[in-house]
Design a protein around this ligand. Structure first.
Ligand code: NAD
Length: 222
């Protein structure tokens, strides 16, 4: 089981949210990543997300993402539970991926509930033909993770023998506590992160360095 956060995609050039150079140092999340902010000014929130889409569109998955996808070929069963919304794990061919916080390329109509995925950056239409606003189909601050997604993640986590957490600061709940379910069931926990985190003490092993280099130590490349 790989449990990934924003640090997983840092080497692709996508800034993390916390830590040095993090997005929330520059933007106040309350104005850009809450349902309240969207209700107040959907265009402001879309401008922010269009900027994110353009940034992600200009980046590519790195060797670490590919190593995780390759692990599916050598290990009996591999699941990726990610907090990332960039879609990079699927893009490199990982098949069992649970996207806890949704996907930046999916939008949901706030009026009729239609969901669609396309990769325009920026997004051409901000309103669905029914007249409702599209909103990014991602989990903002204060949103609940859809129950079916939580259930899928919990099922996979409870069954895993080894959980490798990569690039997550471990402060966003409920995602942060999911690895602890694996620990309770006797799994071996490995943390990959250049820095110590709020959850580090729960892990049996720590690989202090960037995701791609540390994954190369864990996953055979061929
Ligand atoms: P975070 O921004 O809170 O923390 C990032 C962590 O990654 C830090 O602990 C940092 O030390 C570590 N890190 C930095 N560079 C690294 C590297 N090269 N290799 C490994 N680790 C590295 O991230 P979070 O815990 O995932 O929480 C932020 C939330 O924001 C997530 O829920 C996610 O949905 C969202 N987010 C997604 C993306 C993305 O899709 N790429 C980017 C930013 C934020």
């Amino acid at each position: 089981m790989f449990f990934t956060g924003a640090g997983m995609s840092a080497e692709s050039g996508i800034p993390t949210y916390r830590g040095q150079g993090g997005v929330w140092e520059k933007y106040d999340y309350r104005k850009y990543a809450t349902q309240y902010a969207f209700d107040e000014d959907p265009d402001r929130v879309w401008d922010f997300h269009d900027e994110r889409r353009s940034l992600v569109a200009a980046c590519s998955p790195h060797e670490g993402h590919r190593l995780i996808a390759r692990a599916e070929a050598t290990c009996e069963q591999v699941t990726v539970v990610t907090q990332n919304i960039d879609g990079f794990h699927r893009r490199v061919g990982s098949r069992h991926v649970v996207e806890l916080h949704g996907n930046l390329w999916r939008s949901r109509c706030t009026s009729c509930g239609t969901v669609e995925e396309h990769h325009q950056a920026p997004r051409a239409e901000r309103r669905h033909r029914c007249g409702g606003w599209w909103r990014p189909a991602i989990v903002w601050f204060g949103d609940a993770i859809p129950q079916a997604v939580v259930d899928e993640a919990v099922r996979a986590i409870e069954q895993c023998d080894v959980l490798v957490s990569i690039g997550t600061s471990g402060v966003i709940y409920p995602a942060a506590e999911l690895p602890l379910l694996a620990k309770e069931r006797g799994a071996h926990l490995i943390e990959i992160n250049p820095e110590e985190t709020a959850m580090s003490h729960h892990y049996a092993e720590h690989l202090r360095g960037p995701a791609s280099e540390m994954l190369a130590q864990l996953v055979p490349s061929a």
